[in-house]
Design a protein around this ligand. Structure first.
Ligand SMILES: Nc1nc2c(ncn2[C@@H]2O[C@H](COP(=O)(O)OP(=O)(O)OP(=O)(O)O)[C@@H](O)[C@H]2O)c(=O)[nH]1
Length: 416
């Protein structure tokens, strides 16, 4: 029960860590989007090169003056000889106008600040076309001189207005660009730190999660009180070891160990003292086991020892040693020099043909016999001949087993 509650606790922690990792991932995602948007905005700002546009505007302003001069010369003497020059400057003005409009289209951050000029741009385009037409007509008809002069003045005002506004807008954008560049250079260090912290936190959370997962896995297979393996582990390893025993035709022994009158220990000295006794006794048993043996706690005061590659004789020796050592244990945690004893049921298969359940059942019957016949004993029940082969080789000083199902063989080996 205790174990189950602990399991739940660990499982809760496991899932809360998953939530933590998910939280980190979401935060990192949001941070990445914010940084991405910021960097994109900054890139547009910093990446915009307004120099070419400023050059266009300055040249357009200069050519505006030259065009005015040419028009003035033409109005003083409206001869066709001036027409190519006028057309040339008109053409240049047109190109500059187009160039500037294209530049505006390339800088999305500038566009909103100059969009109010679009009508003026259209007007200027139509004025340029109209001027070309009027200049041509004036050569044939002087009455067009006045409208031409009028249009020239209007165009000059319009151009001056557009270019001065553009100049202001470009300067403002360049100023903003400088400000963003400054901001970016200041923001780079905290941004990098933030990303590093996020990455490190995520990394730490994942490692933590992995450790928690490993711990949980270990806990799932471990008895918390004694630190021994638990029944789940025992069943899984027993299946593997039985298969090995069968393949290699090696004997495998299984014993069940049950502390005698343990209830009395709890009732007399209290549960915590009982726990300490369990730890001391299992420590003592574990010290007598081989590296390849598996000692597991399968119940309150009941343990299993699985011994691969161990004959009945060898296992019997181990069982006797355990029984004696436990009986002679001095338990400081209980007063009055109380001694604890253990009853042991043992079985052995020489071929590994039995299932774990069958072996367990045989060892359990042997344990039952040990308890029934006085406790602090080792009893053996062997598999029947038809289940495990030549069991006659196992028999100690008792009769040969008859049948696993009807009358299993009993070997009382309690030594004096
Ligand atoms: N302190 C402690 N006691 C436990 C634990 N698990 C089981 N027990 C106790 O072990 C005792 C087992 O009692 P019984 O099944 O009557 O067995 P017993 O008193 O050892 O008697 P026999 O096995 O017949 O010799 C009970 O009192 C349980 O409360 C544990 O984790 N810690």
């Amino acid at each position: 029960m205790n174990m189950t509650l602990e399991d739940n606790d660990h499982s809760d922690r496991f899932f809360s860590r998953w939530r933590l990792v998910t939280g980190f991932a979401v935060m990192a995602g949001i941070a990445a989007i914010v940084i991405g948007v910021y960097v994109n905005h900054a890139r547009q700002q910093v990446g915009a090169d307004y120099t070419a546009m400023v050059g266009d505007v300055v040249r357009a302003q200069q050519q505006n003056n030259q065009l005015n001069q040419v028009i003035n010369v033409f109005m003083a003497n409206p001869a066709s000889v001036h027409l190519p020059e006028i057309n040339h400057f008109l053409w240049l003005a047109q190109r500059h106008l187009e160039g500037i409009q294209n530049s505006i289209g390339r800088y999305p951050l500038l566009e909103p600040h100059v969009s109010y000029l679009s009508d003026d741009f259209k007007l200027l385009e139509s004025q340029l076309t109209e001027l070309e037409r009027l200049a041509l007509q004036t050569i044939h008809d002087n009455s067009f001189l006045e409208p031409l002069q009028q249009l020239g003045m209007e165009m000059e005002v319009n151009m001056a207005w557009i270019y001065s506004e553009l100049n202001n807008a470009v300067h403002a954008a360049a100023g903003e660009q400088y400000r963003v560049t400054q901001q970016m250079s200041r923001a780079v260090i905290p941004l990098v730190l933030f990303v590093l912290i996020m990455t490190a936190s995520l990394f730490a959370a994942v490692i933590n999660l992995q450790q928690q997962r490993n711990k949980m896995h270990k806990l799932m297979l471990t008895d918390e009180l004694t630190g021994l393996k638990n029944r789940r582990y025992l069943v899984s390893i027993a299946t593997t070891q039985l298969a090995n025993a069968q393949r290699q035709q090696h004997p495998l022994s299984l014993m069940i160990l049950d502390l005698d009158y343990f209830k009395h220990v709890n009732d007399t000295y209290g549960h915590p003292a009982g726990d300490e006794v369990l730890r001391l006794v299992t420590g003592c048993i574990a010290s007598l086991c081989r590296q390849s043996d598996t000692l597991a706690r399968i119940g309150g005061e009941e343990f299993c020892l699985l011994m691969p590659n161990t004959s009945m004789e060898e296992a019997k020796c181990v069982a006797m040693r355990i029984r004696q050592k436990v009986a002679s244990l001095e338990l400081d945690c209980v007063k009055d020099g109380l001694r604890i004893t253990v009853s042991i049921g043992l079985t052995t298969t020489i071929t590994g043909e039995q299932t774990f359940e069958q072996l367990y059942s045989l060892a359990d019957q042997a344990l039952y016999q040990a308890k029934e016949t006085g406790r602090n004993r080792v009893d053996i029940v062997l598999p029947p001949v038809h289940m495990g082969g030549s069991d006659s080789s196992y028999t100690n000083n008792a009769e040969k087993p008859k049948s696993y199902f009807s009358s299993p063989s009993l070997n009382n080996v309690k030594e004096s």
